[in-house]
Every structure is written in C-alpha cells, then in structure tokens.
Design a protein around this ligand. Structure first.
Ligand SMILES: [Zn+2]
Ligand SMILES: [Zn+2]
Length: 216
C-alpha cells in the first residue's frame, strides 16, 4: 500500500508540473467518469501484461513472481514484484491524469482497482454470469493462472475484460477449473525462496550445499 501511495504521489507530481490536458468530461456524473477511468486505465496495462507473457523475457522475469503460487488465493494479488506493481499503477493512472480527470476520479478508481485485484484472486467458486463480459473477476482470472501457456496466456485484463474481448484473448471454457494446475509451467530456473521473490530471479535455484566431510 505504501508503494501504491508513493507511486500515486509521483504521478500527481508529474501531472502538476509537466502535463495537463483539459479533455476529461468533468461535467458528466462521477460514476460514469469512474467507469470511463477504469476502462481507459486498463488499456495500456493490458498490453504491458500481454507483452510480459508473450514477448518480453525481462518483463516476464518480473511478472512470473505473481504466477509462482501453486494455488489460487486472495493474497496472491499482493504477490507481485514492486517494479511490476509500480509500472502497472503508472501505466493505468497516467493516461487518465493526462486527459485531465479530477483527483476524486483518480483516488476512487485506484481504490476500486486495488480492492478488485484481491477479489479477482479469491478461491471462491461463484458464477458472475453476464458480468463476465465486463469484469475480469476470479472466474476468468483463475484461467490466467493456469500453468500452461495455452490457457494462461489469456484474460490479461486488470479490472475489466473489455480489452481481452477487443483483442481476442478472453477465455472462459465451459469446463470447471478445478482439474487445472496453477503456477508456472516450469520451476527449473525459479527459486521459491521468499527473499528471491523480490530479486531478479536470473539464477537457477541453488542446490543445498553438500558438506564433503559428511561422507567420511
Ligand atoms: Zn500474468
Ligand atoms: Zn493474478
């Protein structure tokens, strides 16, 4: 939360001092502005998320920490590299600010998207029905945590599923998710050591040291 507030404050500083367009429709109802902010704010992070899975080894090394747990759990939302978290917030809120949205829109949108990220990782089997065509909730997001890229490289949306629908990556098969395995495709070059979750994860997991004298 401290990092999120620091990132938010940094965005606000840049906005105050560098750029401010007056294109945001401040006169329309606040709730409509927030819906707009959530949809617009999801756009660039959608592509950053997709590129981190499909195109960029560097971004994947940061992002795979979020995919390392082997079960779905609400706290997995917080299991994210600080750099991954920071650029996701910046890419989400900066366009809204540049367009000239007010602070209240920014804060409410930030609060909703943060709470939503925990909700989308809950391990509760409920059905959202038609809402699965707007929100990226746990029914969709759990498929994103499947440990095979065919199913895992889908449902990149943060709060909404709109951009997945537009760009053809929404995935919700009729089968139940229960039989699927969660986590990384391979843990060969990944260390589950807690300390390494915030490192660069370029090294292979260290094998336990063998004391050669123990043999004698
Ligand atoms: Zn992901
Ligand atoms: Zn997730």
């Amino acid at each position: 939360m401290a990092l999120q507030l620091a990132t938010l404050e940094t965005i606000l500083w840049f906005n105050r001092n560098i750029v401010m367009l007056e294109l945001w429709p401040k006169e329309i109802p606040l709730v409509v502005q927030i819906v707009m902010a959530i949809i617009i704010g999801d756009f660039i992070p959608y592509w950053a998320h997709r590129i981190s899975h499909e195109n960029s080894k560097v971004l994947w090394k940061l992002h795979r920490i979020h995919h390392s747990p082997k079960r779905i759990y609400w706290l997995n939302a917080a299991r994210i590299h600080p750099i991954n978290l920071a650029y996701s917030i910046i890419l989400s809120l900066t366009p809204i600010l540049i367009l000239g949205a007010g602070k209240e829109v920014l804060f409410i949108t930030g609060l909703i998207t943060t709470l939503h990220s925990f909700a989308s990782h809950t391990n509760i089997d409920f059905r959202l029905g038609i809402l699965n065509w707007f929100f990226s909730m746990n029914e969709l997001h759990r498929w994103h945590h499947a440990n095979n890229s065919k199913e895992g490289n889908t449902n990149y949306g943060g709060t909404t599923i709109i951009w997945d629908i537009v760009f053809g990556t929404r995935y919700l098969p009729p089968s139940k998710f229960n039989d699927h395995k969660v986590g990384l495709e391979s843990y060969d070059d990944y260390s589950m050591n807690f300390k390494n979750h915030f490192g660069w994860q370029t090294q292979k997991a260290k094998r336990p040291k063998i004391n050669i004298l123990e043999k004698y």
